[in-house]
Design a protein around this ligand. Structure first.
Ligand code: CP3
Length: 344
């Protein structure tokens, strides 16, 4: 079976499929007992990311349990800063920590060993592709430069990315250099994932929603466009999903401006607006992850509304952001069946 008959690849090529194919952001994660077991075996979170064997195992877990139409490589957007020696660590209950970078540090960043450092990830991609059912799409991914930069500058997650916004105003040259460096490395990384066996890739701009108009254009659109242009120049067949969380009205021009094949939508995007965006090409989304925690009627109604509004065009059914650790795995079973028309 060629990659062309994989449903998610077909939707990325503009096809409408009914019922729509689905996967869930963060589908391999702490809501699954089997993930928690492998995670405990791995030791640290980064050890899990860099073990081809264990990363393959956790990538496949949600495919075995639910039969999603895509697997997403198990890794993290912060492996690039880790490869840039920013001392990334994941502390239980605190989220990620890094050494905060300043203008001097940005000028000293050296990307030459990054791909070498990330070889175990490419090895995992090859193993996953080899183990997946033929019909399942394999997605690679990276973080968008803006979102990765927010963590590199603050040294941790923040609710509004004030440190990175402030840094961008105070040190525009260094900040532009950081985004450029990350865009170049991310493009090389995505090409390597595609060469290792990824059918398509997603760029996560989880913090796009804190940017003003000019900044959205400079920090969110421009570097993502640069990644996409670079990947497509080298791998013209590559399919790319761009997910700019919280981008709101900026989504009107986001697909065209970035040249993404599909755009990811968070749950704050009104469905009528989503249907407008779908006239220009495939969309992915956008169920509120809290509906998966709630289950029952809240889950069913959210699914049905999306299928009704977007089901007649090219749609990849997904959440509007990652599934959370509180989600009940049984609710995911119910979600999959309902999207596939088995319990509607
Ligand atoms: O989607 C998948 O199943 C693939 C794996 C994946 C992870 N992170 C695993 C992970 C993907 C695609 C990501 C992307 C990612 N990582 C993003 C963009 C998407 C988003 O959620 O906004 C961001 C911002 C990060 C950075 C990151 N990694 C944070 C802020 C955290 C801590 C928050 C948390 O949920 O704990 C992580 C850790 C992380 N990445 C976990 C997983 C499964 C949990 C860590 C653990 O298992 O101990």
């Amino acid at each position: 079976m060629s990659a062309k008959s994989r449903k998610i690849v077909d939707v990325l090529n503009g096809k409408t499929i009914s019922p729509p194919p689905l996967w869930l952001m963060r589908q391999a994660g702490r809501y699954l007992p089997e993930y928690r077991a492998t995670r405990a075996e791995a030791g640290s979170f980064l050890d899990l990311c860099y073990s081809p064997e264990l990363a393959t195992e956790v990538t496949l877990q949600p495919i075995r349990r639910y039969g999603f139409d895509a697997a997403i490589l198990f890794s993290d957007i912060l492996v690039i800063p880790d490869a840039l020696k920013r001392n990334v660590r994941f502390e239980e209950g605190h989220g990620p920590r890094l050494d905060p970078i300043d203008a001097d540090g940005i000028l000293k960043l050296d990307g030459k060993d990054v791909l070498k450092h990330l070889q175990p990830v490419m090895e995992a991609v090859g193993r996953i592709r080899g183990a997946l059912p033929e019909e399942t799409t394999l997605l690679g991914f990276c973080g968008a430069p803006w979102t990765v930069a927010t963590y590199m500058i603050a040294g941790h997650g923040t609710p509004d990315q004030a440190p990175a916004r402030l840094f961008a105003y105070r040190e525009p040259k260094a900040f532009a250099h950081l985004l450029d460096t990350l865009a170049e490395l991310s493009a090389d990384y995505l090409v390597a994932q595609i060469d290792a066996g990824a059918d398509a890739v997603q760029i996560f701009d989880s913090w796009a929603g804190v940017l003003g108009e000019k900044e959205f254009s400079e920090f969110a659109i421009k570097p993502v466009r640069k990644i996409i242009d670079s990947v497509k120049a080298r791998r013209p067949q590559a399919k790319i999903i761009a997910f700019a969380k919280g981008a709101g009205l900026f989504l009107k021009t986001y697909r065209q401006a970035t040249r993404a094949d599909a755009i990811g939508l968070d749950w704050s995007v009104p469905l009528a607006f989503a249907a407008e965006l779908q006239k220009d090409g495939p969309v992915q989304g956008n169920l509120d992850p809290m509906r998966v925690v709630a289950g029952g009627a809240a889950l069913d109604e959210g699914i049905d509304a999306i299928l009704q509004a977007l089901g007649n065009g090219p749609l990849i059914f997904n959440l509007g952001h990652g599934i959370t650790p509180q989600a009940d795995p049984e609710h995911v079973t119910r979600l999959v069946a309902r999207v596939r028309g088995e319990n509607r």
